[in-house]
Design a protein around this ligand. Sequence first.
Ligand SMILES: [Zn+2]
Length: 594
Amino acid sequence: MKPAIYYTLFPKDPVGHLFEVMLTVTAPHPEGQLFTLPAWIPGSYMIREFARNIVRIQASAAGRKIALIKHDKHTWQAASCDGPLVLQYEIYAWDLSVRAAHLDQTHGFFNGTSVFLRVDGQDHLPHMVDIRRPEGDAYKTWRIATALPEQKAKRYGFGTYIAADYDELIDHPVEMGNFALASFKAHGVSHDIVITGRVPNLDMARLSQDLKKICEVQIALFEPKSRRAPMTRYVFMTLAIGDGYGGLEHRASTALICSRADLPIKGQAEMSDGYRTYLGLCSHEYFHTWNVKRIKPAAFSPYALHAEAHTSLLWLFEGFTSYYDDLILVRSGLIDEKQYLKLVAKTINGVLRGSGRTKQSVAESSFDAWTKYYRQDENAPNAIVSYYTKGSLVGLAFDLHIREQTKGRKSLDDVMRCLWQRYGRDFDMRRQGVTEADVEALFDEVTGLKLKRFFDRYVRGTDDLPLAKLFGPFGVTMTDNRKDGKLSLGIRTTRDGNDCKIANVYEAGAAHRAGMSAGDLLIAIDGLRVSANNLEAQLSRYRSGDVVTLHVFRRDELMSFAATLTQGDAPQVVLGAEAKPAASVRKRAGWLAV
Ligand SMILES: [Zn+2]
């Protein structure tokens, strides 16, 4: 056996959701080999402790069982032995998300972080994995979708796949089952679209056509001259379910979950909100191929997967990716200027809604992603700001500011390209991530501007972005119609059966001032019953300043409050595009067109 790490992965019991893994180490550590499983998966900044899904594990050498000691929640050590050492274990896979593993009669999906134990000290060796087909006639037609390179397997076939090292092994999720498949080329590189799940009349041809546009615009953004993609092959894998949304980026693929209704139907050409959302998600994860999978924060170079890895740069890696995801849709002609500005206005309203934005900067929000953004409670709108949404507005503000201040000579695209050239393109060789100081210096260098104040106020500080002013030269008007808006109690509600439950109470809103709390069941306004869907209609009978009596159940206790209704609690920002002067229209085209 050549020095390498060998795994066999077998979907042993699809009905019981069990994968069986056999791991062979040819040259184990003489003092007893250590094995660990990651505590988190890159791209999702939360400790998930994947090792809790290992249900059975044993070690053997020369055909005999040897001792295996557990040191902590995700570390094992085998007794000292001569190689080869074999570890055999089972993984319970029943997490319907893009972050872990899932197996049943309909399909199998896994991320390496959930199933492949790391052989301590041997990460750098080639890692081979033999992916077996489940036993039984029902699985004869199953295929494999992954960007993991084939070693002894046909494309889409079961067999042996190979990764250069452990880091690569866990960065290629694998889908197996009877999926719909289509392929297209984007600037010469082969891209697969894989859709798992029952989706009648799925329009794969339209998906290919639209994704091709997105991919080509992005490749050209980073490499305008050579148009070279950073990977040799790419796979979009999607699980379509009744109701769902999510995605996770990888170096040459992405795993997505979407609602079945979001996918295009054969014979229908319009751009539905759902389909636009799905394309935005694909665009987002694809942009990460450059921004976070190759241009990486220093804190992720390399990834330390046993504990939290803090960086205050997620506003750039997630926020800018969120800025570009929809911007790419308008630049590829999939949506128009009006639709794009509507999406931006929605983001602005979302950011302005919560007072958390005045307490936490996007740099702090990035740093605390592990304990705050990923572990939000009912008070989140009043306590934190999203490095995704506000980060995307920071990207927008930088872009407009740079374009205007450099008279159109530079833009955020130039900054991204320089980050790519300096940190991303050769990442495999240099393995050097970017620090907070590097980013700031690079912005100044590329644009020739002094942007420290901008960083102080909007990245490290909590000032609201001066978007109305920044939009001006581009002929985009920004108005907040909140005073003409509806009356509001300053709450967000959810449906609880047929009842109306308060999900969030916005700080200083009518409900907060009256004494109500998140979790309260709102049952009546002035003695009239409130149900899951009549709150707005009930409020529409009142005028600003009216005092109403509200009845709620807090747990099982009936409480009553007097609330003064107000207007203007919720921001109602609307963006418009002006048809003149010509100079503004030209600037806007320079920003929104390819
Ligand atoms: Zn992202």
